[in-house]
Design a protein around this ligand. Sequence first.
Ligand SMILES: Nc1nc2c(ncn2[C@@H]2O[C@H](COP(=O)(O)OP(=O)(O)O)[C@@H](O)[C@H]2O)c(=O)[nH]1
Ligand SMILES: [Mg+2]
Length: 442
Amino acid sequence: MNDIICARITAPGRSAIAVIRISGKGAIELVSEFFSPRQKLLKAPGNSIVYGNFHDDSGRIIDEVLLSVFRAPHSYTAEDTIELSCHGNPALAERILSTLLTKARLANPGEYTLRAYLNGRMDLSQAEAVNDLITAESSKAETAALMQIKGYLGRHLSNILERIRDARLRCELAIDFADQDLPQIDLDDLKRRIQQILKDAKDLYAEGSGGIKLREGVKICLAGAPNTGKSSLFNALLKQNRAIVTPHPGTTRDYLEESFSLNGYPIVLWDTAGLRDSEDSIEQEGIARSYSLMRKADLILLLYEGEYPGIGDELSNFVDKIIPVASKADIISYPALPEDHVKISVKLKDGLVDLSEKILQRLSLPTQIIDRPLITNSRHLAALHRSITSLQDALTALDMNAGFEIIAFELITAASALEEILGVLPTDELLNKIFSEFCIGK
Ligand SMILES: Nc1nc2c(ncn2[C@@H]2O[C@H](COP(=O)(O)OP(=O)(O)O)[C@@H](O)[C@H]2O)c(=O)[nH]1
Ligand SMILES: [Mg+2]
């Protein structure tokens, strides 16, 4: 924490400019050793920009640079920080970086954000969302990450935590009062408080599985007999000619995976080998893979042409996530189909909007994302679940007159589960796991 770290924070390769960030106590003095006019930099106020030359140890100029100067605590890391913009030649940026590295150390992945968190600039849920925002693959996922960075989740959880603490203090007072002649605490009031906390926690939880799909992507598998138009639909949804389409049954043998965004929601789409009895060992392996993808999928689009084959034994486990899709409606005339079926013609681009709507309906994804808390991360959801269990146990204990010590204990357990989300008392192992997923420079 005490050393000065630096790293290139723009992507490698040629560009108009490259930016190197230097952060830590003494960062401004360090850069000034390689910069002229030196005094101008040393006197620069926070949030200002200084123009000058960057030179190496021997005074030889490497580049003209612009320095953005941030003084603690008003920077991303809450430390003294300089963001050095040089010309975007990778070799040049590398020479500046190696000059700085004679006096500083290269930042680890996510180390700037780790410092921001350790210095109290953000809670752990906000820090994690920084990486989510950088890696988000759809507009809704971006918005959800941005809301988390803005602290909606953190503030909501802190509010719940505060109320749990309040209830716990009431229990502890009751313990103290028990052997004295003091007024007893209002049990109905305590119960109402815990019930309300539980309700808020459950409301947050209820949207969590949809929130996680927002961040990780919804997995959709195209399945059905050979030649029913799976690969054609795959290409149509991706709006590109990705899969090979032929009139020959059994064209797709291995599966294909592509990501795209459906009305702003991130989707991972799989095109699979058609399901049929086959003697061909390659095709058999492909079909085995189709089944394993269907198991992993959130939704299965089961294509058929003509008569609906129904959901046979092999698919019976997946009933809940199947949307039957009647294909090639331009050459096949379908009678009135059941409510849950969708009729499409990829050739005429018919029914694709219907299909998209049906997909989104079935997934119950969060629609309200702006300006509110939302769980989007399985680590957070698991911790919230533990908290809910303890709150429920606290209520049961209260109903059974189990004693205030037990209720207080359950409330403490409920609180510490939520504190894990905010990173109040994190383990090194957890921090390593989270920040190692970041890129260097973030
Ligand atoms: N008329 C018509 N033909 C289609 C349609 N969709 C796919 N096909 C044709 O059906 C055949 C099989 O399509 P393909 O996408 O490879 O099916 P897959 O085996 O399920 O992947 C190809 O000749 C496609 O051109 C459609 O909407 N209308
Ligand atoms: Mg195919």
